[in-house]
Design a protein. Structure first.
Length: 148
C-alpha cells in the first residue's frame, strides 16, 4: 500500500497548477485529464460529471511518487474559506530550504499571507520555522524547515 494523490478542485486548474510548478517545482505527470461518463458519475456520486485537469508530481519523491491532482469540474459549488481550525482536510505542507524565500515566491505568484513566519524549538528535534499562507485559490499551504 502507498499514498497516491491529494486532489484540489480549482476554479482554474491551469493557473493553480502553474502556481505549484513555479513555487514548489512540481512537474506535470501526463496525461492531462478530460474525464466524463457514467463511470465517473458512479465513482463520484455526481450526475453528468465533467472535469479536466492534471496530476503534478510532488518534489522529493521521484517519478513514482504521490501527486497533487488539480481538477476543474464543469459544474462546481463554492465553499467558504477554510481555516486551520475547521474540520476535515485543512492544508497541505511542503518542507522547504528557506521559508522566507518560498513565502516571497508564493506571494509573487499569486498567493496571500495568512499567518506570520514563526520559529519554535522542539526538544530533541530542533528548531522548526514555518508559516501558513493561501494559494491563489484560497487553499491553505504550510511551508516548514527544520534545523538542529
Amino acid at each position: 500500500m502507498k499514498y497516491a494523490h491529494t486532489n484540489i478542485v480549482a476554479r482554474d486548474w491551469r493557473k493553480l497548477s502553474a502556481f505549484y510548478v513555479n513555487v514548489f517545482g512540481c512537474t506535470e505527470k501526463p496525461p492531462r485529464r478530460a474525464l466524463s461518463g457514467p463511470w465517473l458519475d458512479r465513482a463520484t456520486g455526481l450526475s453528468r460529471a465533467q472535469l479536466e485537469g492534471v496530476h503534478l508530481l510532488l518534489p522529493g519523491h521521484g517519478e513514482d511518487g504521490p501527486t497533487l491532482e488539480i481538477f476543474s469540474y464543469r459544474n462546481m459549488h463554492a465553499s467558504p474559506p477554510m481555516m486551520a481550525n475547521h474540520t476535515g482536510f485543512t492544508h497541505i505542507a511542503f518542507a522547504v530550504d528557506d521559508v522566507r524565500q518560498t513565502l516571497q515566491a508564493a506571494v509573487e505568484s499569486g498567493g496571500t499571507t495568512l499567518g506570520e513566519i514563526t520559529e519554535r524549538e522542539v526538544a530533541g528535534v530542533g528548531v522548526l520555522t514555518f508559516v501558513y499562507f493561501r494559494d491563489p485559490e484560497g487553499n491553505i499551504v504550510e511551508i516548514q524547515s527544520w534545523r538542529k
